[in-house]
Design a protein around this ligand. Sequence first.
Ligand code: ZN
Length: 682
Amino acid sequence: MKKINLLFYPMVVSAMLMQSCGGGGEKPAEQATTEEATEVESEENFEYMAEQFADLKIIRYRIPGWDKLTPQQKEYVYYLYEAGLSGRDIIWYQNYRHNLEIRKALEAIISDYQGERSGSDWEAFMTYAKRVFFSNGIHHHYSMSKLKPGFSQDYFASLLAESGAVLNGAAQEAIFDPEFDAKKVNLDPDKGLVKGSAVNFYSPNMTEADVDAYYAKKIDKSDETPISYGLNSKLVKKEDGTIVEEVYKVGGLYGPAIEKVVYWLEKAQGVAENQKQADALGLLVEYFKTGDLKIWDDYNIAWVEATEGDIDYIQGFVEVYNDPKGYTGSYESIVEIKDFDASERMKVLMDNVQWFEDNSSIMDEHKKENVVGVTYKVVNVAGEAGDASPSTPIGVNLPNANWIRANHGSKSVSLGNIVNAYENASGEGFSEEFIRTEELRNRSKEHGTLASKLHTALHEVVGHASGKLNPGVGTPKETLKSYASTLEEGRADLVALYFLLDPKLVELGLMPSLEVGKSEYDSYIRNGMMLQLRRIEPGENIEEAHMRNRQLVASWAYEKGIADNVIEKKVVDGKTYFEVNDYEKLRTIFGELLREIQRIKSEGDYEAGRALVENYGVKVDQELHAEVLERAEKLNSAPYGGFINPRLVPVMEGTKITDVKVEYPDDFLEQMMEYGEKYSFL
Ligand code: ZN
């Protein structure tokens, strides 16, 4: 549910691939080699990586399909985007009570400091400042621990003095005393969930018991449509011991920023694509004005039912992960436009899904007579703010209220251009290290992105829809138990792989040539046999279902093809590579495994399923694993990524917006300073 994040190695789970439910694996995409980012960057030479510091990489993303929007749609996006950024200060306050004053001091130093702007102290200061910007505060966005400054308090005092800036004692203590408010969110009960957490959802004099007592009185557990208690408020304990809720709303806590949010949302309402969107926005505005959580629910219902149109958004106090008690939502905004290419691909596959079923390698008795494709939704991000920026989810599934999900449905989206930017950025150096020949590198560069997208589309639309159970056989969860999801993902991957080398895809206009399919075969084998191992710790076996299925498919195919040298293991200068020699034969092997896994599912053959997964998908070749980790480490790729937003610039005629242009800034610090200047409302 909710938000889906991407973690780079050495994390075990690649959430990105869980979200897209398989996808094409981690593509060692290459960097464009243009010397500089210019305004006329084309899709091919777009520079995804901006910079890397500490454990962070800063990535840029494009907004594909922008030119397909009408001027009014662009205006709509622009207003939503401004609304999002207008609330930016809120997340700083929510994350920690001293964050905003610290940020303002950092901004003042960066813009006004007259002294020496070089040397190790200055570098350490700038790195610290950028890390703080990245985390929307002084605690690490992921580990939750306080960021270490790397320069002395005296040096900082001199920076302040020579910038004409001031920062109070408590805020300075927060920066320099590692024990003081050490953790943003503490989930260790011994330290106290509320007391031990620095987040600003409860006044510092409150304990977990206070919070529990307050909500115990407030929440009616028998209510079948409960409002989201505490979602938009801070609990404050007064001197006399009474507890009050300070509500985030116009005229309430964070009122000045929320007023600006409302200003832009009202403009958006006026240019919405349809009445349902406008009605939903009207409710959102009313909610921000009143803070009434009943209206928040009404809004969510209206929002989830507004499914027409090319533009959508997430806006408000939404996810509750930052609250150790799970009540209060962090401010966030994501503005999304439809991924037109992905939608087109999906439509073509949907229209032909029966052809794929009829021509699959599975046994006739397991084929569906009337197969219906599975829809999946890809959007492109036009701008993010608050808790969703610079670090972003790669997929979102909302709303969070279970009763609304059950009664009215939910929206689940994959953020396509973000995933794509991650793939492109994480590939720096990878291709050079893990692809042996120029020819293979070129194929990956030319076709890798499309290959990966096609794989995902086939996997989702055709793969998961294909095949049927034998009469009387229980669900895979019942019959295949803990192996069900690995086998299901393997099955969907194999459907994709089997058809990726079928001329039918060229005929349908989905790919220009079979080179695309070959590129996916190269990448799938490379990833399944080796590359994905960089995501697990030394000595561990594979646990995660998608990783298991990829190794299963790749290593089974490798073994079956040994006699004919279908996939060859090459060791050159001490480096291991797995390369495909015979694509047609590999396709046949994929088809055989697909047929077998479908049989296992259709018959509920637990023993055969267990054997496949345990023999091929779980155990790790320790030597190869060590090699992969060593080679990956040398590439020095930061584990966490975050993004520079595009800048939307309205073209005015008098007071009327006639068009909106997109610019792609390439300097992270510059964007942070620009936001500080433009969107400081608290
Ligand atoms: Zn899947």
